[in-house]
Ligand binder design. Sequence first.
Ligand code: HEM
Length: 460
Amino acid sequence: MSNSLIYYVASTVRSMCRAGPNLLLTDDEEFIRKMNGVRSAYAKSEWYKALKMDGNHENILSETDYNEHLNLRNKLAGGYAGINNPNFEPRMDSVLWDVVNLIKSKYISRGSELKPYDHSALMQYFTLDVVTYLSLGKPFGYVSQDRDIYAYVQTMWENFPVMNFMLAYPPVVRFLSIPVIQKFTAPSMKARTGIGKIKSVAFDIVSQRFSDEQSLTDTKSTKHNNDMMDNFIKAGLNESQIADNTLAQFLAGADTTVAVLRASFVHIMANPQVYKRLQAECDAVSKEVPYDQIINYSRAAQMPYLDACIKEAIRYYPPATGLLPRVVPKGGDSYNGKYLPPGTVVGLAQWNFTRKNKVYGEDCEVFRPERWLEASPEQLARMEKSHELLFMTGRHRCLGERIARMELYKMIFELLRRFDFSSLNPLKPIDKSVNYGIWFERGMWLRVEERELVAEKTHG
Ligand code: HEM
């Protein structure tokens, strides 16, 4: 079901409505929180099975069994939180430096000398390198090579419409989930490109680490890589579980965060007052953060207008808007006095709760970061509570939220204080944009100019 249809159905009917023979849609925030609650017996529906990447076992996205999901989640949580991992932020910074240096060396336009820069592609390469660096201990090198290594992006464009179709038709998912069928349909590690190839590269890195760990144990050495994989190994995950869950991160982490990096730039560039105010805030903070450094996340997160712009971009253009359906547990449930039989599937109408005028104000249909700064304490608390759902809550809360926020705050700050951006096609800022629950977008062509004068004035 398309997002526009979900939005239409949910917004024109009521907080819970029927959308199919066994499917309800809801934008009722309290009900969603209840379904996600740690003690709630609501499980994920078969819809998630389409996200399985391996015939033999589940990953964190595809696992629908209540206990197994919780168990896997507990094992992954330490790695995502960066526990015992001092490399977390420096590694992200090094990929960010690659971005800054690439723009400087290849994409700076001067006068009539135009060097078109595709923000959509480069931001996607950034999020892919961050995911691989943080989880596997080395980036795949998307940014440094400035290209779609192993044709991951291209393959996703080709395959996701099929996956999206499967997501919508449980019988198809059920059929494809039969282990013997899945052996043929899951991405093959023999593939030369696409998800299968990425999986085999990830698997090789993980296997290497396991044999290193083995030799380390043998020699009683204390060397550690201090990365997510270290945490996952200590938590008891095996090689293929780690490789598989890294692949899940591509989908859950890279393709979501990049949507915000595109959307924020589209809207910042389209609103000169926003652009000016945000850049002024970045310039002011640059007085404390020299240009040969990347800002710390803890400092960037304290920038009120940057924070407002990022919240507004996530609200206005939510990056993960699939149905994310749950199943009514044994014994059934009720909603506003109406009985919900066990097995009923309840999908979330996320588009709708990001555009509620009772929460976000009468102008909720426009991009206006100021709403986050002007709201009364009560209204702000209400907005924050609603916004939280875009990363989900309870035992389904996004494990990578902190990573995503670090990427967003750091990247937007560093780009805006160093460069000026304008769209080469303001009438159609992104050539192609489709939503399959996550955004698939390509061709966001910009002109970039270096802001040398500002840098010299401040630090010269
Ligand atoms: C702006 C960026 C992001 C948004 C809006 C977002 C949103 C979400 C949402 C809504 C869910 C819940 C899905 C469900 O209910 O089944 C989720 C789960 C998840 N996210 Fe994110 N996410 C983002 C970035 C990331 C990043 C960067 C990573 C990893 C590096 C990540 C990893 C995960 C994982 C592993 C889960 C599954 C958690 C579980 O099922 O227990 N996400 N995310």
